[in-house]
Ligand binder design. Structure first.
Ligand SMILES: Nc1ncnc2c1ncn2[C@@H]1O[C@H](COP(=O)(O)OP(=O)(O)OP(=O)(O)O)[C@@H](O)[C@H]1O
Length: 245
C-alpha cells in the first residue's frame, strides 16, 4: 500500500524580522544568495513516512515547527527544500479562520468549504443540518462568520472539517479552545474517524489527548525531527528533556 504522507529532506526557511516571506527578486536569485541575516530554518532535514490509517502525534515546545509541518502537509505552505507527497485529500483543522470567509454567513461558509473539498451539492444539502446541529449553531446560520465567538468558530470548523470525505485529517490545537462538553463530542468523532481508517495528524500539548488518539509520535526540536517512535516513547523522551523547565 502506498504511503498516505511521504516527507523527504524537508526544509522551510522563514525570515524573523520581516512581514513577507521573500521578495519577488529573491525567488530568482540562486540558492547561495538567498540566505540573509534573520533567516532561519523552521524545519530542516525532516523525513518520515505515514501509512494510511496511522495516527501521528506531533510533539515539541512552542515554536519548534509543529504547525509549520501541518501547514506543509495541508499544502498551504510550500517547502524550500525537499518534498511533501500526500496521497489523498486532506481535511485541515489547522487555523481557526482557515478556509472560512469572515463576511459570509455560517450557512454560506459550510456550503463553500464542503464544496471546495469536492462534496457534491446534494450531499452538502443532505448533511447540512447535521453539521449545524453538531456545531450547535442552529440560531446562527445567517450570522456572518466574523461575528461568531472563537469557541463557535472552532465548533463550526470541527463540525464541517470532520464531515469531509477526506482520508487524512489534520488537527492543530483547536480542541483546546472549545468547552468541555464540545471537546468530548469532538473526541468521539475523532474515535469514529480513526475506526473508519482515516489517517490522523495531531498537534497537541495535551499528553492525555496524544496518548488517547496517537500510536506514533514525531518529536520536533529546533526544526529537526529528533525522534520518530511510539507515542509513549516520544512523550517519555520529551518529558525527560523538559522536566523542570
Ligand atoms: N509565516 C512565518 N513567517 C516567519 N516566521 C514564521 C512563520 N510561521 C512560523 N514562523 C516561525 O517558525 C517557527 C516555528 O513555528 P510553528 O508555528 O511551526 O511552531 P509550533 O511548534 O507549532 O509552536 P506552538 O507550540 O507555539 O504552536 C517559530 O519560530 C515561528 O515564529
Amino acid at each position: 500500500m502506498s504511503a498516505a504522507i511521504d516527507v523527504r529532506d524537508l526544509g522551510v526557511q522563514f525570515r524573523r524580522n520581516r512581514r513577507g516571506r521573500r521578495s519577488f527578486k529573491d525567488l530568482f536569485a540562486d540558492a547561495s544568495r538567498r540566505s540573509r541575516p534573520g533567516e532561519f530554518w523552521a524545519l530542516r532535514d525532516v523525513s518520515f513516512t505515514v501509512r494510511p490509517g496511522e495516527s501521528i502525534g506531533v510533539v515539541g515546545r512552542n515554536g519548534q515547527g509543529k504547525s509549520t509541518l501541518l501547514r506543509l502537509v495541508a499544502g498551504v505552505l510550500l517547502p524550500d527544500e525537499g518534498s511533501v507527497t500526500v496521497n489523498g485529500g486532506v481535511a485541515p483543522l489547522i487555523e481557526l479562520t482557515g478556509g472560512f470567509v469572515g463576511d459570509l454567513t455560517v450557512r454560506e461558509n459550510v456550503r463553500l468549504t464542503a464544496g471546495l473539498h469536492g462534496m457534491p451539492k446534494q450531499e452538502i444539502a443532505r448533511r447540512y443540518e447535521d453539521m449545524i446541529a453538531f456545531a450547535e449553531l442552529q440560531d446562527f446560520q445567517e450570522t456572518p462568520y466574523k461575528h461568531l465567538s472563537n469557541g463557535m468558530k472552532v465548533r463550526l470548523a470541527f463540525s464541517v472539517v470532520s464531515q469531509l470525505n477526506e482520508p487524512i485529517l489534520l488537527v492543530d490545537e483547536v480542541l483546546a479552545v472549545g468547552d468541555k462538553a464540545f471537546r468530548d463530542k469532538c473526541y468521539r468523532r475523532i474515535d469514529e474517524l480513526l475506526a473508519e481508517g482515516r489517517t490522523l495528524f495531531f498537534v497537541s500539548h495535551n499528553e492525555r489527548d496524544l496518548r488517547r488518539f496517537c500510536t506514533r509520535g514525531l518529536y520536533l526540536d529546533k526544526g529537526a525531527l529528533v525522534l520518530d517512535a511510539g507515542i509513549g516513547e516520544v512523550l517519555d523522551r520529551y518529558n525527560a528533556d523538559h522536566s523542570g523547565r
